[in-house]
Design a protein around this ligand. Structure first.
Ligand code: ATP
Ligand code: ATP
Ligand code: MG
Ligand code: MG
Ligand code: MG
Length: 272
């Protein structure tokens, strides 16, 4: 062990401010792609949903969950992902800036690292960036409402975009004409469902779940059966034995997070 000599410059450390997250609160980090409207256009994302981009986002979120500590669930849609750290986490002494910057940098470097696995015939034209924020939720209900809010946002945007791009791609309308029609029908989702059904014979409920619900990442227990060769001290021969190990694996789900069912089925997420 080396003892650090203190220099006269050492006092500047006192300018660092305390950003410890309040104890017992769920710590949420949400990332969002910087200027992805333009990024999507420049990289020829399909409209309204590019599955390569969605799957790449989820691959990055999986890397974040595996590399960093204490994440119990993640939820993503469009160019955003939220990560929920367990409320008792003491990772980096709960310093908000450590959480935010580790999530954002791990995610962004993964986005570039895994790009080629999802976009074979599209070169990455420039390095993308992500903003991050930390939000604390003191109750389970607040946390559930947060995730419900993001999933409701996914639904509202996807319904809007599905109508918009069908009017343009199949209806032959210009983007400004499509915007005009959407505006006329306001925010009523019944009207949007009706346009899809009567004009394009699309039942919105049959649209892919990944687009309607987004992606939740949870830890799932997997029984891994392997054989192990052992040598017992008082036996001459080696012996093969079967061992079952339970491993936790990050698993993507495209399901409703708003109702009770998900939380009953995954009650361990909200446990201490
Ligand atoms: P900001 O920097 O403020 O976040 P932004 O351009 O990223 O600006 P957002 O509100 O985050 O704005 O919207 C992200 C945009 O990225 C969407 O509106 C859409 O155009 C595009 N986008 C993101 N993911 C996809 C995808 N999987 N498929 C198609 N388009 C996508
Ligand atoms: P933490 O995650 O807490 O930052 P750390 O291992 O990154 O842990 P630092 O105090 O940041 O610890 O120190 C960075 C270490 O990385 C150095 O001590 C050195 O071992 C190594 N390192 C970084 N840059 C170089 C370099 N250019 N050449 C050789 N070693 C380097
Ligand atoms: Mg964005
Ligand atoms: Mg966004
Ligand atoms: Mg370091």
């Amino acid at each position: 062990l080396r003892t650090m000599a203190k220099s006269k410059f050492e006092y500047v450390r006192n300018f660092e401010v305390d950003d410890t997250c309040l104890r017992n609160c769920w710590i949420v980090v949400r990332l969002d792609g910087r200027n992805f409207h333009k990024f999507a256009e420049q990289h020829s994302f399909t409209k309204p949903n590019d599955d390569r981009a969605l799957n790449l986002m989820t691959r990055c979120a999986q890397a974040v969950m595996e590399e960093l500590e204490d994440i119990v669930i993640a939820y993503g849609q469009s160019d955003e992902y939220s990560f929920v750290f367990q409320k008792k986490s003491n990772w980096f002494k709960r310093r908000a800036s450590k959480f935010m910057t580790h999530v954002a940098s791990q995610f962004a470097s993964s986005y570039v690292f895994y790009w080629k696995d999802y976009f074979q015939d599209q070169t990455l034209l420039y390095p993308p960036g992500f903003d991050g924020r930390v939000i604390l939720y003191p109750s389970n209900q607040n946390l559930r409402d947060y995730l419900s809010w993001r999933q409701a946002d996914c639904h509202i945007n996807n319904l809007f975009n599905t109508v918009f791009w069908n009017l343009v791609q199949k209806g032959g309308l210009t983007t400004s004409q499509a915007r005009e029609i959407e505006g006329r029908h306001g925010t009523l989702s019944g009207d949007k469902n009706e346009i899809l059904f009567s004009e394009f014979n699309i039942n919105y409920n049959n649209e892919p779940l990944i687009h309607r619900k987004g992606t939740a990442l949870v830890w799932k227990k997997i029984d891994e059966i392997t054989t192990k060769t052992i040598k017992l001290p008082n036996e001459e021969k080696e012996k093969e034995i079967v061992v079952t190990r339970t491993r936790k694996k990050v698993t993507p789900l495209h399901c409703d997070l708003i109702g009770e069912e998900f939380w009953e089925e995954h009650s361990e997420i909200l446990e201490d």
